[in-house]
Design a protein around this ligand. Structure first.
Ligand code: SAM
Ligand code: SF4
Length: 334
């Protein structure tokens, strides 16, 4: 049974939690991390049991959709224990959807287990289908391994959505290949604008940025584009390409305002709750989690944090200020 949701001060019902289960990753994508990324000390990071308690507390407060992310969620040791634990909320009907965002490197190993515990859809990040470019953009990744992971996910009956970050001088050269591959394979495709998150060890941010308005304009030269009414409570907007019938999403946190319908909060692997991706503010839930085995204090801390959810975000490239939000995407979870 789905619980009554917590309502924030702007009347938004919080139904969606994204949880980052690790800040670590087996890739070093150029827009996400620096090559010599410093990770958090292990003792800062919530144990799998603590993550279970924390997410279950949110489910008890009306969260009906849980997305597991990171860092790379599937590199966390023992992660399937956590997925199994969350699977019990699917079985009880408290959770409507359990899903994850992954770079796909470990999917070949885990796809069948994920399907078994009740995961139905995965988002896999693939910015390019060119093996050399993939290596350059992810620094440590291998395209063939990711493609095998995606094939395994499909084989296990999982629906795959591809996330591609729109990068100037990269994605623009690949747009047609990515679209054609997704149409052929039956994957939905969502483009994401690069966001100014964290120090990535270079000054590339503003050079990397490719506006999705431009991307859409290029697509409109080849395809008939129909806007879809579908909304997820987040920054994604969807269209259909009439010639192929495929669905394409655009995540444009920098150029559109989606905040009035935002239904989500994020929790980091250290138990910080961020009620807005685009604001620095956060509240600590780890102290409440570790203070007592009883969840009442934890649920109070969650309610108190949601009372502080800001009206909207504050990203702005127009002032020429990049890296405005100091934490990395891999810390908060994309
Ligand atoms: N490691 C997993 C993955 O890559 O899918 C999950 C975590 S990753 C932080 C989640 C998403 O955030 C990925 O689709 C990634 O491309 C995106 N991302 C990372 N850094 C970003 C940035 N600075 N701007 C926009 N998207 C970013
Ligand atoms: Fe790792 Fe995902 Fe960040 Fe790439 S985008 S470095 S795969 S966390």
């Amino acid at each position: 049974m789905i619980m009554e949701p917590v309502i924030d001060p702007f009347g938004r019902a919080i139904r969606y939690l994204r949880v980052s289960v690790t800040d670590r990753c087996d890739f070093r994508c150029v827009y996400c991390m620096s090559e010599d990324m410093q990770f958090l000390p292990k003792k800062e990071i919530l144990t799998l049991e603590e993550l279970d308690r924390l997410c279950s507390a949110f489910v008890g407060l009306g969260v009906e959709k849980l997305r597991v992310t990171g860092g790379e969620p599937l590199v966390r040791r023992g992660i399937m224990t956590f997925f199994e634990a969350m699977g019990r909320h699917l079985k009880s009907g408290a959770l409507r959807e359990l899903t994850l965002t992954t770079n796909g490197s470990q999917l070949e190993k885990y796809a069948a287990d994920l399907a078994r515990v009740g995961v139905r859809r995965v988002n896999v990040s693939v910015d390019t289908l060119d093996a050399d470019r993939f290596k350059r953009l992810t620094r440590w990744g291998r395209l063939d391994q990711v493609l095998r992971g995606i094939a395994a996910a499909k084989e296990a009956g999982l629906r795959v959505k591809i996330n591609a970050v729109a990068l100037k001088g990269e994605t623009d050269e690949e747009l047609w290949d990515l679209l054609a591959w997704c149409a052929r394979e039956g994957h939905d495709l969502t483009f994401i604008e690069v966001m100014p998150m964290g120090d990535i060890g270079n000054e590339m941010r503003l050079d990397q940025f490719w506006s999705l308005r431009d991307l859409r304009a290029q697509m409109a030269e080849r395809f008939t584009i129909t806007d879809l009414a579908e909304r997820t409570g987040g920054p994604a907007r969807y269209v259909r390409l009439e010639e192929t019938g495929q669905k394409v999403g655009f995540i444009t946190p920098l150029s559109h305002n989606f905040c009035e319908s935002c239904n989500r909060v994020r929790v980091t692997c250290t138990g910080q709750i961020h009620t807005c991706l685009g604001q620095e503010g956060s509240s600590d839930l780890r102290a409440a989690l570790r203070a007592s085995d009883d969840d009442a204090g934890l649920q109070d801390a969650i309610r108190a944090a949601i009372r502080l959810k800001p009206r909207g975000h504050d990203f702005d490239y127009s002032r020429g200020v990049a890296g405005k939000i100091t934490r990395h995407m891999s810390h908060t979870g994309g």
